[in-house]
Design a protein. Structure first.
Length: 324
């Protein structure tokens, strides 16, 4: 199916290797309306997955995103995109090789082109990568929706999706290039002793002693080290345990889960994606609709009140509280 721009919403298109892996980073962000996996950039009409994978059609796997620019600006989409790929590799992505896996930014407007080129220059000048940034920036052409079984693949086949991401080398590459580089001495200067113990040494604050266990103000909670947005006050509830408890994170992509067998128990630890800070644990004894309880240490969090979201760079989350 050929997708055409909508008159009342904005479109963006990105290619970053396997399109399965390019949905989850964007899907839970505020202002994202829909994400479709498909094919673009080639010379054939209505290509199939098998045809594209033969590298004879000129198409590359891509995702087309419909979003609300007033909530989530294009520049933030670009920032997410760069963090999902190896921008120095034009011959594919990770273990997926060939033309159909080439990365690219496909712009729909002149403003998008300018923003994409500026972000590419900024990334090159940052020195984060050793080689040149070779990701192509081209005007968006026709986009063809992929077969139904490719849409939301991570939801239909979660185990295979996770194994594929890990096995492809994508996750390890992202972790190696985008996690916060930690300076122990600097962290000890910036953090209080309990903040350092919790986030860096997997510690646990005593119940009913943390700053936020009974905090009820409207706003969001961000990671104390990296500033990643983690939880909303709208999803916070009193679990009676003495620690801040939430039914869900703002985005699953900001949370990493690990099996924790310490203290003669089997639990699921949660850490921040970029900061790699210990946050707490997640349990399955929470209220509906999720049935989950994210039990988080106050010491791993910093609260940003609703009236300071824009000022502190989290303006895209203001819409959450306008609905109250």
């Amino acid at each position: 199916m050929e997708q055409q721009p909508l008159s009342n919403k904005s479109l963006a298109m990105f290619a970053g290797g396997c399109f399965w892996c390019m949905v989850t980073p964007f899907e839970e962000m505020p202002g994202i309306i829909s994400i479709v996996s498909g094919y673009t950039g080639g010379h054939t009409v209505n290509p199939t997955y098998e045809e594209v994978c033969s590298h004879t059609t000129g198409h590359t796997e891509a995702v087309q995103i419909t979003y609300d620019e007033t909530i989530f600006p294009y520049e933030k989409l670009l920032d997410i995109f760069w963090r999902q790929i190896d921008p120095t590799d034009a011959g594919g992505q990770f273990h997926d090789r060939g033309n159909s896996y080439r990365p690219g930014i496909y712009y729909y407007t002149e403003d998008q082109r300018l923003a994409a080129e500026a972000s590419k220059r900024e990334l090159q000048e940052s020195g984060r990568f050793d080689g040149p940034i070779v990701t192509e920036i081209e005007q968006a052409g026709l986009f063809y929706e992929a077969e139904e079984y490719h849409q939301d693949y991570h939801k239909k086949n979660p185990y295979r999706y996770k194994m594929y991401r890990k096995g492809s080398g994508r996750d390890s590459f992202i972790a190696g290039h985008w996690k916060v580089q930690k300076d122990v001495a600097d962290l000890k200067r910036k953090l209080t002793p309990i903040q350092y113990e919790v986030t860096q040494n997997n510690g646990t604050e005593r119940p009913f002693t943390g700053e936020y266990w009974d905090h009820t103000e409207d706003g969001i909670y961000v990671e104390i080290v990296s500033g990643e947005p983690l939880f909303s006050s709208l999803d916070k509830y009193d679990a009676g345990c003495g620690w801040p408890s939430f039914t869900k994170p703002l985005q699953k992509s900001t949370i990493v889960e690990h099996t924790d067998t310490s203290h003669f128990m089997v639990r699921v630890e949660v850490r921040s994606q970029e900061g790699d800070s210990h946050l707490g644990h997640v349990f399955d004894d929470g209220p509906q609709p999720t049935g989950l309880r994210y039990c988080i240490n106050s010491a791993s969090l910093r609260f940003v009140p609703e009236n300071k979201l824009e000022e502190e760079g989290y303006g895209e989350y203001q819409y959450l509280f306008q609905k109250k």
